[in-house]
Design a protein around this ligand. Structure first.
Ligand code: NAP
Length: 308
């Protein structure tokens, strides 16, 4: 066994991929879950489960225990107001980091942040991811830490992007972003691999690193449509959705969420993120300090995600 990793978010899309990869690499994974029983889809991998929430300091103390590394991947991705994101994306970072810093020796700390943190003014989610990084940097003297800023992550098990990807596979492409917008993408297993390589490397600088699949200058929506056309062997029907329609739909969703009481993903803040023209990453600084090379480009990643 290489050592003990305390992991949050292991029941989610990215965290479960991380847990699987870390266990394969013979790390002992101690993972937080909050549902009444440990999740079945990871049961075969047998992480050591600790039940509790990010809000419960005692649970987090038990989770961190004598760990060599803490990976904080849990996060809030749905919500309307700043308060909806603050607990999981900011306070929990402070709480976990202060617990880690109190240990002697202190475990290394990896935060799964987001490229959204680069543009905190766009949405409460983006602001919370930046504040999470700031919270971590406040314990800089006592911890060796790194934050990773992935762009949109996709892969098997992703619930957020799958409906759009399935629709595109059926030949319909409703394009929510601007025509000339460029954005990076990252296949989930490449993100897990980045974490694995970070574990075995030595990163001295305490900072956030952007990660992407290495496609130069990211993708345009047109390139995404072309990729689907190659996968389907047929032309697509695509249309640019006007910003006014997106705003109307997001506003209605926000109102419905407030009335019925669910946490929405598609909000006016998400529209501002979607309409942002530049979500292109530079993974150069990370690759200069960690021996990591992303392997999966969009066409192969879509095949793997959609089971083609
Ligand atoms: N998906 C992307 O494209 C993307 C891109 C960039 C960055 N990120 C970041 O990556 C991280 C994981 O995202 P994801 O897509 O895997 O999201 P996800 O599938 O929604 O998973 C979120 C995880 O966080 C846990 N969690 C949330 N609040 C919690 C709380 N109060 N107590 C305990 N656990 C809590 C969830 O537990 P339950 O299962 O119990 O709900 C789940 O395990 C997030 O920090 C996100 O900001 C995601």
């Amino acid at each position: 066994m290489r050592g003990v990793i305390a992991l949050t978010g292991a029941t989610g899309f990215i965290g479960s991929a991380l847990a699987r990869r870390l266990i394969q690499e013979e790390w002992w994974v101690r993972a937080l879950y909050r549902s009444p029983s440990p999740p079945l889809h990871l049961a075969g991998l047998s992480p050591e489960w600790v039940r509790g929430t990010l809000e419960d300091r005692d649970c987090l103390e038990a989770l961190v225990g004598d760990a060599d590394v803490v990976i904080h991947c849990a996060g809030a991705l749905r919500g309307i107001t700043a308060a909806d994101f603050y607990q999981a994306n900011v306070e929990a970072v402070s709480r976990l980091a202060s617990i880690a810093a109190s240990r002697n020796p202190a475990p290394r700390f990896l935060l799964i942040s987001s490229l959204a943190a680069r543009e905190p003014e766009l949405s409460p989610y983006a602001a919370s991811k930046r504040m999470g990084e700031v919270a971590l940097s406040k314990v800089s003297d006592q911890l060796s830490w790194t934050a990773l800023r992935p762009p949109a992550v996709y892969g098997p098990g992703d619930r957020a992007l799958l409906p759009l990807l399935r629709l595109m596979l059926h030949g319909i492409a409703p394009i929510p972003g601007c025509k000339d917008a460029r954005f990076s993408l990252l296949y989930v297993e490449d993100l897990a691999e980045a974490a694995v390589k970070w574990l075995t490397g030595e990163v001295r600088e305490k900072r956030a690193f952007e990660l992407d699949d290495g496609h130069p200058q990211g993708y345009t929506w047109h390139e995404v449509v072309e990729t689907f056309e190659r996968l389907r062997g047929r032309r697509m029907v695509y249309c640019q959705i006007p910003e006014s329609i997106l705003n109307l739909a997001a506003g209605l969703n926000k109102t419905a969420a407030s009335v019925i009481g669910y946490s929405p993903m598609f909000t006016p803040g998400k529209v501002r993120e979607l309409r942002h023209p530049d979500w292109v990453c530079d993974n150069g600084p990370f690759r200069r300090v960690v021996d990591w090379t992303p392997k999966v480009r969009l066409e192969e990643g879509l095949r793997l995600t959609l089971g083609l």
